[in-house]
Design a protein around this ligand. Structure first.
Ligand SMILES: [Zn+2]
Ligand SMILES: [Zn+2]
Ligand SMILES: [Zn+2]
Length: 392
């Protein structure tokens, strides 16, 4: 049923591939100076334009009244910086433990974005029901109160395996590494199947991490040159789970429609659920709704990676998109991930050559734009291996 299941490089590439651009912030030069600004450096259109696309309860309802007086269009009233901040913070309260800091200017992130705790299912989108969910028969407490710990756990049946066919638990259980994703998964990007409501183990089972949600305090902050960014207020270990990427789950048809409506240059926050061949191709749209992870910027030398995780083995259409730290990250360091193409992660064939081949020159960018019909964003990550531009 599942496509050659997390075993090939292609899979890894696919799992982490963003249909277009996932996070904003990347920045082209159009970085803003008013409160419309966002992590997204790409102009997302006028307030009026955004509003047309917004069917949700935007906190910005007072801006929705564009009036015409004798043919002259009066721009909607803009809230003051202090009022914008108040509105944004009010909305931010939905997700606990996330702060907002701006030491650069008095702007706030865009106000037509709504924080949500869980994905919102759009019209025509269905989740597999629990009746198809299969749980494991492991003992509640396998002796050390860590639940599933033997590879006989049925939840590992569909998991990634080593070349020798050995099943590997996704999460470590050592004293200092509890709940950290193992290297085997982290470096290959394998999909994780966690235990679920039908499992015989309890909620302490070590095979349950992403499902418990974010445990670390985060901060949305204004970067110097890349719009808004995200950082964690405490040290993160390599393999530590940070948060999921969330949004509206919409059908591929709806995604096409929205894609056409949006400015070709706009970041579009789409993440396709196309890991399995028989999936319906739903798309997660984080443009107007999502979690704080929406503010994570791109970097060509990222410190985070998206790992996909699911609970119901029968559901090939919807799964979680989970950010994990790929290295120890000191508190208050900007979190980043590579949302350009996953152009091969194994650098055995000569690191330098690969680095070189991944570079996108202005010339190559133009060529690629012709091919794909949309413009690459100029990367401002400033790392040594910066590819220059990135396509998504
Ligand atoms: Zn379990
Ligand atoms: Zn089990
Ligand atoms: Zn289980």
């Amino acid at each position: 049923m599942m496509r050659s299941q997390s075993r090939g490089k292609n899979h890894a590439a696919q799992a982490s591939r963003l249909q277009h651009q996932l996070s904003p912030s990347v920045s082209t030069e159009k970085v803003e100076d008013n409160q419309e600004t966002e992590a997204c450096l790409i102009d997302l259109g006028t307030a009026e334009g955004s509003e047309k696309r917004l069917n949700h309860n935007s906190p910005l309802s007072f801006a929705s009244s564009n009036e015409y007086v004798s043919g002259v269009k009066i721009p909607p009233p803009q809230p003051s910086p202090a009022e914008s901040r108040r509105i944004f913070l009010d909305n931010l309260r939905v997700v606990e433990g996330v702060a907002l800091t701006n030491t650069i200017d008095d702007s706030s992130p865009r106000l037509d974005f709504k924080f949500i705790k869980k994905n919102v299912l759009g019209t025509g989108v269905e989740e597999a029901t629990d009746e198809f969910m299969i749980g494991c028969t492991c003992r509640k407490n396998n002796g050390r109160d860590i639940g599933c710990e033997y590879t006989s756990c049925e939840c590992l049946e569909d998991s990634a395996r080593t070349n020798e066919g050995r099943k590997v638990f996704p999460y470590a259980a050592g004293k200092d590494t509890t709940h950290c994703l193992r290297d085997f998964y982290l470096s290959h990007g394998w999909h994780v199947f966690e235990c679920n409501a039908r499992c015989n183990c309890n909620s302490n089972c070590k095979n349950r991490v992403v499902q418990h949600g974010r445990k670390v305090p985060l901060e949305i902050f204004k970067t110097r040159n890349r719009g808004w960014g995200l950082r964690c207020k405490v040290d993160l270990k390599r393999g530590q789970f940070i948060d999921t990427y969330r949004g509206e789950i919409i059908t591929s048809e709806e995604a096409d429609r929205r894609g056409k409506e949006r400015d070709a240059d706009a970041d579009n926050y789409f993440f396709g659920f196309d890991m399995w061949e028989e999936s319906k191709g739903y798309v997660c749209d984080g443009m107007f709704m999502g979690g704080p992870s929406r503010f994570i910027n791109h970097s060509c030398e990222p410190n985070c990676r998206i790992i996909t995780a699911s609970y119901n083995h029968a559901d090939v259409n919807i799964y979680d998109l989970a950010f994990f730290a790929t290295e120890p990250i000191p508190a208050m360091t900007e979190l980043t991930f590579d949302y350009g193409e996953d152009i091969g992660d194994d650098r055995d064939e000569g690191e330098d050559d690969l680095e070189q081949s991944r570079k996108i020159t202005a010339e190559k960018a133009k060529e690629m734009e012709k091919e794909r019909g949309y413009r690459p964003a100029r990367c401002l990550c400033g790392t040594r291996s910066c590819r220059g531009y990135f396509f998504t």
